[in-house]
Ligand binder design. Structure first.
Ligand SMILES: [Zn+2]
Length: 368
């Protein structure tokens, strides 16, 4: 390969397909023939091609070292997938969507409870849409987690499917992998730990390291009680206080997904209120794909709350009373630099007095 690839005109090379020509039938999958791409992935030709195909050869080089981010179209066999690879792929949106399909996870709009959450317009469907928007009944599928508008497996809102709860209009189709996306895999593959550890805020024992918890977005530490990495903790008082910050940077590449959490704490018997009062330089787009703010205020700490990237969102500039203490406010970006201002305080109401519910998929309880 290195005898050929560096000499091909990089401007006209569109597709790189790896085939095992030494095998008499080079189209068959040769599991035992593993191929290193560490050298060829350094060439300009590799970096300028749009499509990479290796359907018949297993690639041995770790995904993170393969320089694959620029490929618009990728169809490859890999030998292994480590937890670092998955963390890396999490930043890539559509890649994780397809990967979850490979592992058996279907679209959210194919769930049999989807009509409770989505308004489906059957009239505007063509045959392909019918395939994508058909649903599987309970004999064909398992629903291991609740319906989640923010799941990486939900399509954007469009002429066919709209959220029944309009606060999620810009959340559908976002491609941040969620806690429930991964938790669905835990259930499907029966990942668990032999002994229980006491995870807080909806976290579960991390099947890859049973001494720590796997935490919902916005929470961190060993037991999901603390602020996550890359965060700023604020202590709320009875009076409104204000906090402004910028995040991201000019020239941020779309592949360098960044997130940052503002972790608002209050005494245990109080309730936190937040106002997102300023948003500058956000991309107001369907599915908040470039950047957005998520105020985790609903009872279930695991689920993705409505994403805000537009100033016409009903949660912008309005008082949000949180059912979580602490309340994480998650900022994320894959493009340029944004600025926000938050106001926050606590009121004299004890969250423990609220009635409790659970998501009916497991026994974890949270305020209704
Ligand atoms: Zn899909």
């Amino acid at each position: 390969m290195m005898n050929i690839l560096p000499f091909i005109d990089e401007n006209s090379l569109k597709t790189i397909e790896l085939l095992n020509l030494s095998h008499p039938e080079f189209m068959v999958v040769t599991e035992q023939f593993r191929f290193e791409v560490d050298q060829i992935s350094q060439t300009n030709q590799w970096k300028s091609a749009g499509q990479l195909i290796s359907k018949h050869l297993t690639i041995k080089t770790p995904i993170q070292e393969m320089h694959i981010l620029h490929f618009a179209d990728l169809e490859i066999l890999v030998g292994t997938l480590s937890s670092e690879d998955v963390a890396y792929l999490k930043t890539l949106g559509n890649v994780i969507h397809e990967l979850l399909h490979c592992l058996g996870i279907m679209h959210s709009m194919s769930r049999y409870d989807r009509d409770k959450f989505l308004k489906i317009n059957y009239e505007s469907m063509d045959d392909t849409d019918r395939l994508n928007y058909d649903y599987y009944d309970s004999t064909e599928s398992i629903q291991a987690v609740p319906f989640e508008y923010g799941s990486a497996m939900t399509y954007s809102s469009n002429s066919i499917a709209q959220p029944r709860n309009e606060q999620y209009l810009y959340t559908m189709g976002n491609r941040r992998t969620t806690f429930y996306d991964i938790y669905a895999l835990y259930t499907a593959y029966q990942c668990s730990c032999p002994s229980k550890i006491d995870c807080k805020n909806g976290g579960v024992p991390n099947a890859a390291d049973c001494t720590v918890c796997f935490c919902p977005d916005g929470f961190g530490g060993k037991f999901c009680e603390d602020a996550p990495n890359f965060s700023k903790t604020l202590m709320a008082e009875a009076e409104w206080a204000e906090f402004s910050t910028s995040f991201g940077y000019d020239g941020l590449s779309e592949w360098e997904f960044k997130d940052f959490t503002i972790f608002i704490e209050a005494p245990k018997d109080k309730t936190i209120q937040v106002i997102l009062s300023r948003m500058d330089n956000f991309g107001c787009l369907v599915r908040c794909s470039w950047n957005g703010v998520e105020i985790k205020h609903m009872g279930d700490p695991r689920i993705t709350n409505p994403l805000i990237c537009c100033t016409d969102h009903s949660l912008f500039n309005s008082t949000v009373t949180s059912k979580l203490n602490p309340t994480p406010v998650i900022l994320y970006t894959r493009g340029s630099k944004q600025e926000i201002t938050l106001k926050y305080r606590f009121i004299d109401r004890n969250l423990a007095d609220l009635p409790k519910t659970n998501n009916s998929f497991d026994s974890f309880e949270y305020p209704l």
